[in-house]
Design a binder for this molecule. Sequence first.
Ligand code: SF4
Length: 252
Amino acid sequence: MSKRKVVVGFSGGVTSAWCAGWALRNYPRDEVVLLWHDTKAEHKDTYRFLEEMERALGMVRTERSDGRTLDEVVIDEGMIPNNRAAFCSRILKQEPGNKYIRELQEQGITEIIRVIGYSALETERIQRQWAIAWTQSTLWCPVTVRFPIVEESITKQDCADWCSCVMGVVPSEQYEDFEHANCDGCWRGKYNYWLKVKEVRPDIFAQRAALEREVGYSCLPDVFLEELSNRPVGKSYHRKESIEIGPCECGS
Ligand code: SF4
């Protein structure tokens, strides 16, 4: 058995799916792990994408989840997450991921390479992941991190095209309205994001607004979601890395 593991963050997004394919092209299959954390708040089509993509890759994802729903975490913490304090991400994704790395080290794995689908635009997140990998390294088990999207100069559109045209798996419907396949109603969203949620997913918007009132905090700095439509926002929701996920033209 190999003593090295290549742990790909497999989130349901197009970049992480492309990274899974990249890892399988660059490392022995038995070393690759597709690590997934269920927030129990993903868009239903993201769950479909995950299942179809793991079948297309011939892999079974490894799940390490907190077990609680996103709402349960918010209620337990007595706070609403926001763009600067996204404790939901820490509890539901980072901590189960860190526990899995420790689990591998305790199993005697001697080298861990974490593979993350960040783009070159996400410099702060990349630096942070390097720092985390450094703290996770031990004398007998170094942990390093690779960012194939940056290394290979791949765009998000390239990743979406690869999912559709090469793997035959249509990206999550979440990309039709939002730039990431995040939780339905991501607490890190800002004003225009929430106006877009209100427009296209009024059910989710109403649920998030009610939870804000129940907990007594808002995710935005100066307004509760239920009051948001009364505020002049002034610009439309802008997707920095928007992608087209319409019919694929490359044949199949
Ligand atoms: S996607 Fe958004 S709401 Fe979901 S865990 Fe991450 S920060 Fe929290």
